[in-house]
Design a binder for this molecule. Structure first.
Ligand code: PMT
Length: 398
């Protein structure tokens, strides 16, 4: 499951470094996004330009001197998975001992993503007790080690130590990425606050930024889903794996969401959609001199309702923006026909609109209500997906 997944390929200084170029190309062919990080020794064997050409981004080769003041933490946070291939005995030792003196080892130390290590070295080095111990240590960290094969080695030697077949490395990476519990799902997310034109300059809007929807979309991609994000808010800084559909008004959002909904297995409606719009938006600018305008309003389309009526209907997660008590949320969940309602009191300081955090309650139409503490929107997204996955395990897919 490579599409849209972000792979950091670490390359160290062994003769098998040329095979890393093949790996980079394979990951790209499989629609992954690839960035590379190289040790200084790797550059003795293969040029950074090779990886730049294959991946479209310059490899990170140094902790210092680039435009990014912290390239290792940037890469570490970006990665869905890090694969170090080939891994020399020296780098293996550094990984085992948390030694972060170069960009590659610092990136691995800084990541929370799964790490795959494919060693390549001479037989004597591979079989040395120090290397055996280092392998055992990194396996205890949870790293996946792909042992080397037997074959021709540098200097005309022969024995165990040759880098595993690159296709085997691809298969192992696929197995790890493919464990996403939303694999095979197509997810529709609505996000942001719609804008309803009064005239070419002014609109009726609201305070939604799109952050909640962006977090839901990113989390779904990370768990293996294909995501369509229909948004009137700011686009995510990282669009990897996300089909982004920008919209402005409730009508635009309805059209886009209703077009995509029948192909989607799950829909999460985080958008703050205007309930009313000016009946006849002006084509010219309202002038102060004309006095107070009379603006007739009319209802906007109910985007969620249309998604609910689509055939087949996706598993439906609604949001509810309340002020104060969430007591009406169960009724709203029933009335809206959702499978799950995420209710938030948008009056709480540091929560809801525009904030990086949110305090929500998970509400089902059956009357279950679970209040969660204030937490980052990324964690709210995780909590939503945990519940959706759990619910869909016990309910047949529509
Ligand atoms: O975008 P952020 O700045 O990160 O802020 C996140 C948020 C506060 C906007 C989000 O957490 C949230 O509460 N979203 C729902 C906002 C809302 O409009 O709630 P509502 O109770 O008015 O609507 C109920 C549900 O119907 C929502 O899923 C909404 O998307 C949907 N709806 C409402 C009206 C309409 N015309 N069409 C709809 O689809």
């Amino acid at each position: 499951m490579f599409a849209g997944r972000r792979i950091v390929l670490g390359v160290t200084g062994g003769v098998a470094a040329y095979k890393a170029a093949y790996l980079a190309r394979r990951f790209i062919e499989l629609d992954a996004e690839v960035r590379t990080v190289m040790t200084p020794a790797a550059e003795q064997f293969i040029g950074a330009a090779t990886f730049a050409a294959l991946t479209g981004t310059n490899p990170v080769t140094d902790l210092f001197g680039g435009t990014d003041v912290s390239p290792h933490t940037t890469l570490a946070a970006w990665a869905d998975l890090i694969v170090v291939a080939p891994t020399t005995a020296a780098t293996l030792s550094k990984l085992a001992h948390g030694e972060s003196s170069n960009a590659l080892t610092a990136t691995v130390l800084a990541t929370r993503a799964p790490v795959v290590v494919a060693p390549a070295m001479h037989t004597e080095m591979w079989e040395h007790p120090a290397t055996r111990e280092n392998v055992a240590i990194i396996e205890r960290f949870g790293y996946t080690v792909i042992p080397p094969e037997s074959g021709a080695l540098a200097g005309g030697d022969h024995g165990v130590g040759r880098l595993a077949d690159p296709e085997m490395i691809v298969a192992v990476v696929d197995g790890i990425l493919g464990t996403g519990d939303l694999e095979g799902e197509v997810v529709l997310v609505t996000a942001g606050g719609t804008r309803e034109s009064i005239d070419p300059v002014r609109y009726i809007g609201n305070r939604s930024s799109g952050k909640m929807g962006n977090a839901v979309a990113r989390s779904a991609v990370d768990r293996g889903a294909r995501v369509i994000l229909v948004s009137a808010g700011t686009a995510p800084s990282d669009l990897g794996g996300i089909q982004f559909v920008p919209v402005e008004s409730a009508a635009d959002m309805a059209e886009a969401a209703w077009t995509h909904a029948p192909q989607c297995t799950i829909a999460v409606m985080t958008a703050a959609v205007a309930d009313f719009r000016p009946k006849e938006p002006r084509s010219d600018k309202l002038r102060r001199a004309e006095g107070l305008p009379d603006i007739d309003l009319e209802p906007t389309p109910d985007v969620l309702k249309g998604v609910h009526e689509s055939d087949p209907r996706p598993y439906l997660v609604g949001f509810a923006a309340e002020v104060g008590s969430l007591d009406t949320a169960v009724d709203k969940a029933k009335r809206k026909g959702v499978d799950l309602l995420v209710a938030n009191d948008v009056a709480i300081e540091g929560s809801g609109f525009g904030s990086d955090n949110n305090q929500v309650a998970m509400v089902t139409p059956l009357g279950d209500v679970e209040h969660l503490p204030l937490m980052p929107k990324a964690d709210v997204a995780t909590a939503i997906w945990d519940r959706v996955v759990e619910a869909r395990r016990s309910t047949p897919r529509t």
